[in-house]
Ligand binder design. Structure first.
Ligand code: KG4
Ligand code: ZN
Length: 344
């Protein structure tokens, strides 16, 4: 008889955060993340430093996740890890560690697609997050590496209907933030500074891309040329106008995103919109979606902040759905730096 209480330990190590989570079915018992500060000085993630930091963090992070969940290794029914996409060296740490753990505990191993994690994070249950979107819904994945509109028909039936042709939206936040003199990742700081700025002070280019695809490199170039011109007139231009610059940039990025979400909803007739990925923490995007929801009769789902940026809870929820369908990985599974959303 299948067990009705399944305990899963999951690890996420695709980029620069080492995270471990323990779940009982779809319920989060713990979700512990160690953020790597070492990259700040370089203005971006340094892959070799990231994999070394994962090696240092993985054991204490797993111990802490088990401790907070009050679950022993011997109670685990399966272990899961992010198989891709991401940085190869970082992925390999989670991959090798969890393979060894599965082997030594003699329990199933489950490799999880990171992108599916961002979309299915809405199904995580905890004290706050109780209601999940119903199918079909539009999953909007907005992160440092991706910008996708996905038609989600079921847990494992997903179809990309729009995506970026160049930079991801998070990349635009980070690169423009760098031009404004902010540290990496600049998204959260732009969000904060934008709150006291005027979103309509400066106009930046909005690219005209056909269909549901996006482009964010034009916005970045437009900010760059604008700053070059203004800095010639006043070398302290950024310092004097930082809030307005952040607010105007964020406003444009949100408008680009919103236009495509509206279009996707019109074309598919789907009114359930679920955002995910690091940039879904952005307050400008959350407010814009909430105000549009009334006008368009949308039901908008925004995950709790801890499930927006990379985290192991989103890997654990996908692993739980895979466990229920006996979708296990064998020990020959390899890390994949590139992985399509539809690769299970
Ligand atoms: O999902 P994530 O943690 O990692 C990837 O898979 O890429 O996303 C990280 C991205 C970074 O670009 C970061 O600047 C952005 O999410 N981000 C934000 C905010 N919080 C994180 N961007 C805008 N506003 C925020 N509040
Ligand atoms: Zn991510």
């Amino acid at each position: 008889m299948p067990k009705d209480r399944i305990f899963i330990l999951a690890v996420e190590s695709s980029c620069d955060d080492t995270s471990a989570a323990v779940f009982e079915n779809e319920n989060k018992l713990s979700n512990v993340t160690a953020t790597q500060k070492v990259h700040e000085a370089y203005g971006g993630v340094v892959p070799e430093l990231a994999s070394r930091a994962h090696q240092q963090h993985i054991v204490p992070v797993i111990h802490e996740a088990l401790r907070q969940a009050n679950v022993k290794m011997s109670q685990l029914d399966a272990v899961a890890f992010t198989k891709g996409p991401g940085l190869m060296g970082s992925l390999l740490v989670g991959n090798a560690f969890m393979k060894s753990l599965a082997l030594s505990l003699d329990i199933p191993l489950i490799g999880v697609n990171h992108m599916q994690g961002h979309i299915l994070a809405h199904f995580i249950k905890d004290e706050v997050q109780q209601k999940a979107p119903s199918f079909p819904f539009l999953g909007i994945t907005i992160s440092g590496g991706h910008t996708q509109i996905v038609k989600v028909n079921s847990h494992f039936d997903m179809q990309i209907i729009g995506e970026t042709l160049d930079d991801a939206i998070g990349e635009a936040f980070d690169k423009c933030g760098k031009m404004f003199g902010l540290n990496y990742p600049a998204g959260p700081e732009i969000d904060q500074l934008a709150k006291s700025g005027n979103p309509l002070k400066y106009q930046f280019a909005k690219p005209q891309v056909k269909g549901l695809d996006f482009s964010f490199s034009g916005l970045k170039t437009s900010v760059l040329y604008f700053l070059q011109k203004k800095l010639k007139e006043d070398s302290d231009f950024i310092k004097h106008n930082l809030q307005d610059l952040c607010a105007s940039f964020q406003h444009t990025a949100v408008q680009i995103l919103l236009d495509k979400i509206k279009k996707a909803s019109q074309l598919t007739g789907i009114k359930t919109i679920a955002i995910g990925g690091g940039v879904s923490a952005n307050s400008g995007i959350r407010e814009a979606l909430q105000s549009q929801s009334k006008q368009h009769n949308w039901e908008v789902f925004t995950p709790s902040f801890e499930y927006c940026t990379d985290n192991a809870a989103m890997i654990a929820i996908v692993a739980y759905f895979k466990y229920r369908e006996n979708q296990f990985s064998d020990l020959s599974i390899t890390a994949k730096a590139r992985l399509k959303l539809t690769d299970n």
